[in-house]
Design a protein around this ligand. Sequence first.
Ligand SMILES: Cc1ncc(COP(=O)(O)O)c(C=O)c1O
Length: 387
Amino acid sequence: MKNIKKFETNSIRAGSIRSNEGEHSEALYLTSSFIFENAEQAAARFANTEEGNVYSRFTNPSVRMFEDRLAVLEGAEQCVATSTGMSAILACVMSLCNTGDHIIVSKSVFGTTVKLFDNILTKWGLNVTYVSLTKLSEWKSAVKPNTKLFFAETPSNPLTEVCDITSLSNLAHESNSLLIVDNCFCTPAHQLPIKFGADVIIHSATKYLDGQGRCLGGAVLGKKTEMNLVANFLRSAGTSMSPFNAWIFFKGLETLKLRMDSHAEKAMDLSLWLDQQDSVAKVYYPGLPSHPQYDLAMKQQLSGGGIVSFELIGNKKEAWDLINSTKLISITANLGDTRSTITHPATTTHSRLSQQERDESGIKDNLIRIAVGLEDIDDIKSDLTYL
Ligand SMILES: Cc1ncc(COP(=O)(O)O)c(C=O)c1O
C-alpha cells in the first residue's frame, strides 16, 4: 500500500474498507466463510484466478484491514496477521527455512522465543546459535554457509538492550541471510526497522498494538515474495488471527502514536526517579543517557519506549517484597496496556530458561520490569513507596 500520508493519518485512515451500508467506523466481519454466486465462482476463488474472500482462515476483511494498515505503518510491502506473537515467529521461521538451515538468535529475547527455537524448531532440523545482541563480532563469527536468518529483538525484553539494525542487516545481507526484528517494544510509532535495513518485522499485537490488554495476536511483515510464503503457511497450518481480534487491533492502531508518546514520556519520568532511589542498584531504560546504547537508541527510536527494568539492592526476596507491596500497579506478565504492570522476569517471563541461560542473558533475581501504563506517573511512583 502507498504511504503518502503522515503516520497519525495512516494509523486512522489506511487500510479502511467501507461496505455498501456506508458505516463510518469499520465493520467487524464475524463470519467463518463467504458465499459464492455459483459453483464457477467458488472454483475460481479456490484456484486463485479470481480475487475475493473464501474462508476466514486465510481471507477475512477485518483481518485484511488490520494487515493493510500495519503494513503502511511499518513501511512493509505486506503483512500477515497471526493468532499470537509466538505464532508469528513460528510462521515466519517455518516459511522461510528448510531442514538443515541455521539461524542466529540474540540471547536477549523473550523467554518463550528461546523455548520455541530450542524445544520445537530444532526438532525439525533447524540449527540455532545464540549470540550477544549488541556484539556484532559474535554475529559475524556465528555465520555458517547454511545461515538463513538473523533474529533480534530491539529494545530487548526485559533489559532494553538495543542493537544497531543497519550494521546487523548489512552483515545479514553479506551472509545471504535475512534480518528479522521483533518490534514489539517500540512499535512502528517509535521505530521503523525496515527503514534501517531489516527484512522482516515480527509483532506481538497482544501488546501495544491492542494497547488495552484485551486480545492475543501477532503479525509478520516484509516483502511480498517472503510474505506469500508466510501466508501459504498460515492457510495450511491455520495459525490465523480471529476477525474479532483483528478489529480490536485495527481500532487500537488509531491511537497507537498518542499512546506510545505518553507511555514513553511517563517511562522516562519513572526511570529518572528510580535512578535516584537508594534501594535501586541499576536502571535499564534506553532513554537514559547512562544506557550503554543511548546514542544508538536515540538514532533508531523516537523515544526510550514504555518499558523500564531495574535491579534492586538485594535479591529475589527484595524484588518479590516490592512487587507484593504494590496496590495500584497490576502484577501480571503482560505489557503494553493502559494499566501499568510489574513482573519479576526470572520467575515469570524468563522462568523456563535454565539458570545458566538467565545468567548469560543478564536476568538476575533482583530484576523487576515495569511496563509503564497511562496512569498519572505520580500515582505509580507513590505505589512504589516501598523503595
Ligand atoms: C518481545 C515479545 N515478542 C513476542 C512475544 C509473544 O507474543 P504473544 O504473547 O502474543 O504470543 C512477547 C510476549 O510477551 C514479547 O514480549
